[in-house]
Ligand binder design. Structure first.
Ligand SMILES: Cc1cc2nc3c(=O)[nH]c(=O)nc-3n(C[C@H](O)[C@H](O)[C@H](O)COP(=O)(O)OP(=O)(O)OC[C@H]3O[C@@H](n4cnc5c(N)ncnc54)[C@H](O)[C@@H]3O)c2cc1C
Length: 409
């Protein structure tokens, strides 16, 4: 059984659970999630001398990276932008570490800060009651603490699209969270739904295994070069943003994209009217960093399709009237937060499970509630959140300790 999934029916009601649960009171903050955000939060707290407890639904740290990403994945951004606080990547790591190297780094990060999460603790309900956060896990534990740090990620659950007839398809359907390698699809007819970073990289991987994937591009998309003149596009944008307004930096990025990648509209990849950074800010839509898919599209080795009208038993009908047969469908339809499914007493989140308070204030709620990793800023954003959250809690922690010491005198 997948240890990251609820052991019972996913829609289990809190009331249905055995009320004879075991109680654990913890003085320090409780962190939900042992991904990069949870680990960074625990490390930053420990630097302030504040103990913390991590509850993780899976049986390992960084489960997204270990279990739900494809074999060929490398960090999309250079390593300098993906470091967690207080520990650098090993010197000999390449500019874009592989996912295995990233996982090894996080293992050593956890070991370095003596972080030992409690695994197989799927938090199914958390509410604030009598000045304390009470977290219920599927393993029948109740954890109680004055502080709750949510680090369950923007990518907690796969998004499954609502496509007519998908349930009738006779072949294999997988979400990219379960896709491992193009070698599993050798010589197959494959439909890839979605054209974000995952959709592009999966399509590229398939090309290397005698597959000519059909990639569905329903919406507009910004494709940017991963690097310009050997420098990371993201790095350049970060530097430029220190000096120039966002709209101007967007103009520069689009100019660099047209110089290096040419006109992507001609390939069926229409650009949105809003610039790439502005779109990321307002809609959370990450631009695609091209790792080679574009040249395969140009060479006809990845075929761009406009949209699926309907999936049939053997294939799909497209909006332009074409119809094709497929052996497999890969859903590169992204991920979503799961916070609203278990956080019972906070008005802090939208129904999509993202903080309502816009960047950069979304890391702190009321009543000792905090978030790390919800500002759509990748691992860099995670590090910034973790530092701020730890400082804020450490301030309260020291005040409590001082008060306790005075009471003892
Ligand atoms: C394919 C892919 C490539 C990416 N590449 C990059 C990159 O190069 N650079 C970058 O900055 N970002 C990248 N990202 C974004 C990346 O997901 C995040 O930056 C990073 O993993 C976020 O860490 P996190 O800890 O916030 O979330 P996650 O890594 O998702 O960790 C959250 C943890 O919480 C646990 N959890 C969830 N719900 C519960 C619950 N109810 N109870 C207990 N535990 C729970 C999960 O099991 C998981 O271990 C990529 C994302 C994907 C999908």
């Amino acid at each position: 059984m997948d240890s990251c999934k609820l052991p019972q029916d996913e829609h289990v009601q809190e009331e249905d659970l055995n009320t004879q649960c075991k109680h654990v009171h913890f003085n320090g903050p409780i962190i939900v999630g042992a991904g990069p955000s949870g680990l960074a939060a625990a490390a930053c707290l420990s630097e302030h001398g504040v103990p913390s407890l991590i509850l993780e639904r899976c049986n390992c740290i960084a489960s997204l990276w270990q279990h739900r990403t494809y074999d060929g994945l490398k960090l999309h951004l250079p390593k300098d932008f993906c470091e967690l606080p207080f520990l650098k990547f090993p010197e000999d790591y390449p500019k874009y570490p592989t996912k295995h190297q990233f996982v090894a780094y996080m293992e050593s990060y956890a070991a370095h800060f003596s972080i030992r999460p409690l695994f197989n603790q799927f938090v199914i309900a958390a509410r604030f009651n009598d000045g304390l956060w009470r977290l219920r896990t599927a393993a029948d534990y109740e954890y109680v603490s004055p502080w709750l740090i949510i680090a369950t990620g923007e990518n907690a659950e796969p998004v499954m699209p609502d496509i007519v007839g998908l349930d009738k398809f006779g072949g294999k359907i997988v979400h990219t969270s379960s896709f491992k390698s193009g070698s599993d699809y050798q010589n197959e007819r494959v439909l890839v739904v979605g054209c974000g970073n995952s959709g592009m990289e999966v399509s590229l991987d398939l090309c290397g295994h005698n597959v000519i994937p059909r990639m569905v591009v329903r919406d507009t998309v910004h494709v940017l070069p991963k690097e310009v003149l050997g420098l990371s596009t993201f790095g350049i944008a970060t530097v430029l943003l220190k000096w120039f307004p966002l709209k101007l930096v967007d103009k520069f990025l689009l100019f660099a994209a047209s110089l290096t990648l040419g006109n992507t509209d001609d390939l069926g990849l229409r650009r949105p009217k809003t610039g790439p950074l502005e779109l990321k800010n307002v809609a959370g839509k990450t631009p695609v960093l091209d790792t080679g898919a574009l040249s395969q599209i140009r060479a006809g080795k990845i075929k761009v399709m406009e949209g699926v009208k309907e999936v049939t038993k053997n294939g799909a009908k497209f909006v332009d009237g074409q119809e094709e047969e497929f052996d497999s469908i890969i859903l590169a339809t992204g991920y979503k937060s799961n916070v609203t499914s278990w956080l019972k007493s906070a008005e802090f989140f939208t129904k999509e499970g993202m903080p309502k308070v816009p960047f950069p204030s979304g890391w702190r709620g009321d009543n000792g509630l905090y978030t790390v990793g919800f500002i759509r800023g990748g691992i860099l954003g995670t590090s910034c959140d973790a530092i701020k959250v730890a400082q804020d809690i450490a301030h309260q922690w020291r005040a409590i300790k001082k008060q306790q010491a005075q009471t003892c005198l």
